[in-house]
Design a protein around this ligand. Structure first.
Ligand SMILES: Cc1cc2nc3c(=O)[nH]c(=O)nc-3n(C[C@H](O)[C@H](O)[C@H](O)COP(=O)(O)OP(=O)(O)OC[C@H]3O[C@@H](n4cnc5c(N)ncnc54)[C@H](O)[C@@H]3O)c2cc1C
Length: 274
């Protein structure tokens, strides 16, 4: 981690952690799991940690799926099969992928001591409780369940998909959507960038005359409302300060609060006045 830009205190906490076993529970099965194959395979290449999968939880095939989904699911299943063959003592730490289990209660008194889960089965794509429960001992619980979008006033909301209803990013005349509000909680930061480019192209096509005042008007409005905003040039200063603070081989030392980032700009402004 020394060559990454992980903040030092975070790297230190990870390095000195007594943690040996991480359990990743999915409420549904390996075929329904949403990881990309690249992400999943990375789990098999960690320096200090070996993935663990119970082969009994892996189905023989992925079932009836559209071609594109099927290829991904088949790759994931093949990766999970490789993981199922890995020895638990190969590395000092383990990541256990467990499926068909839904958390129902965090156990413990003043601190977390365990997690109670209900075994599930998948019916019509949804996890359904079986009434059979089991506990695991653990010291930390990290929840990553579900996704809900905030409806945006004046924009049509599709509550089932938790998106602003749109056709390829077009919502209504002069109204567009990009990212997760456009397509739901899938994809990484670069996927959203492509949406952003597409929406910028729509706007360019829809307003060819430049009849709207654009950025200038936005900056005036932000000024009137006294909203502090960070320009691209400002962001470059923050990035340069992060690079300057780095201890090689780390490429930069990241600021961890917005206040610290803004302080860089305040200091630069004070210097230029001084
Ligand atoms: C746990 C987790 C880990 C992830 N890890 C990675 C990773 O390592 N790498 C990676 O590339 N991607 C990762 N992702 C995915 C990445 O976070 C998303 O792809 C990305 O944040 C989606 O961008 P977005 O602009 O669509 O939405 P968001 O980033 O959610 O931005 C939407 C913004 O709109 C604001 N907003 C909401 N309503 C209003 C309103 N009415 N008015 C004004 N503002 C509003 C919100 O406050 C928010 O700031 C991760 C996602 C999760 C959940």
């Amino acid at each position: 981690m020394a060559s990454s830009d992980l903040p030092r205190h975070v790297a230190e906490a990870i390095r000195s952690s007594p943690l040996t076993d991480v359990y990743v529970f999915g409420r549904r099965g390996p075929v329904e799991a949403k990881f990309t194959n690249v992400e999943l395979r990375e789990m098999g290449k960690l320096e200090n940690s070996v993935p663990q999968v119970d082969a009994a939880q892996l189905p023989d095939g992925v079932g009836d799926l559209p071609d594109r989904d099927r290829r991904l699911k088949e790759r994931n299943l093949a990766t999970l099969r490789e993981f199922a063959a890995r020895r638990a003592d190969e590395k000092p730490k383990r990541v256990h992928f467990r499926f068909y289990a839904s958390p129902v209660e965090v156990l413990g008194g003043d601190r977390v001591e365990g997690l109670r889960l209900e075994r599930t089965r998948v019916e019509k794509g949804r996890a359904v409780g079986t009434g059979e429960f089991f506990d695991i001992a653990c010291g930390v619980v990290i929840a990553a369940i579900g996704y809900r979008a905030d409806p945006v006033e004046g924009a049509p909301f599709d509550g089932d998909r938790q998106i602003v209803a749109n056709t390829d990013g077009r919502v209504a005349d002069g109204l567009y959507a990009a990212g997760w509000i456009m397509r739901g909680p899938t994809g990484v930061i670069s996927s959203n960038r492509a949406d952003g480019v597409a929406v910028a192209e729509y706007i360019g096509a829809d307003f060819p005359q430049g009849e709207k005042p654009g950025r200038r008007a936005l900056e005036t409005l932000l000024g009137e409302r006294r909203v502090r905003h960070v320009s691209y040039a400002d962001w470059k200063k923050i990035e340069a300060a992060e690079a300057a603070n780095a201890t090689p081989p780390a490429p930069r030392r990241k600021f961890v609060t917005v206040e610290d980032m803004l302080a860089v700009l305040d200091e630069a402004a004070a210097r230029s006045v001084g």
